[in-house]
Design a protein around this ligand. Structure first.
Ligand SMILES: [Zn+2]
Length: 100
C-alpha cells in the first residue's frame, strides 16, 4: 500500500522538474534519499534525504525492485528545472549531506 504523492504538489515543481519536458513522474526513495525522476528522459535529481516519512514504510527489497523495474541505475543525474523562483532554497545545506 504505497501512498502516492499528491500529483498537484509534485507537478507544481516545488522539488524541481525534468529540464527537458518540465514534468516529473514522481519520487523514488533510495534508502533515505528522495529522487525525482522523468521516465521519458531517464533523468533523476535528488531533492534531499529524510524529508518524507514514506521511506520508512518501504523495505529495501521494495525499493530495490522499484529501482530495478525503472532501470533507475541508468538514469542520469541532472540539475532540475524550477518553474518559479525559490529564494529560500540554499544549495549550501545540501553539501553537508555528502560528508560521511
Ligand atoms: Zn522529461
Amino acid at each position: 500500500m504505497a501512498e502516492k504523492l499528491d500529483v498537484d504538489e509534485t507537478m507544481d515543481g516545488y522539488f524541481g522538474l525534468c529540464p527537458t519536458c518540465h514534468k516529473t513522474d514522481g519520487c523514488l526513495n533510495v534508502s533515505r534519499e528522495h529522487w525525482y525522476i522523468c521516465k521519458e528522459h531517464k533523468v533523476k535529481w535528488c531533492v534531499g534525504a529524510n524529508l518524507f516519512s514514506s521511506w520508512m514504510y518501504e523495505t529495501r527489497e521494495e525499493q530495490w525492485l522499484e529501482q530495478r523495474k525503472l532501470g533507475f541505475h541508468l538514469f542520469v543525474e541532472v540539475e532540475p528545472f524550477y518553474p518559479c523562483e525559490q529564494q529560500d532554497i540554499g544549495t549550501d545545506e545540501f553539501e553537508d549531506a555528502a560528508e560521511l
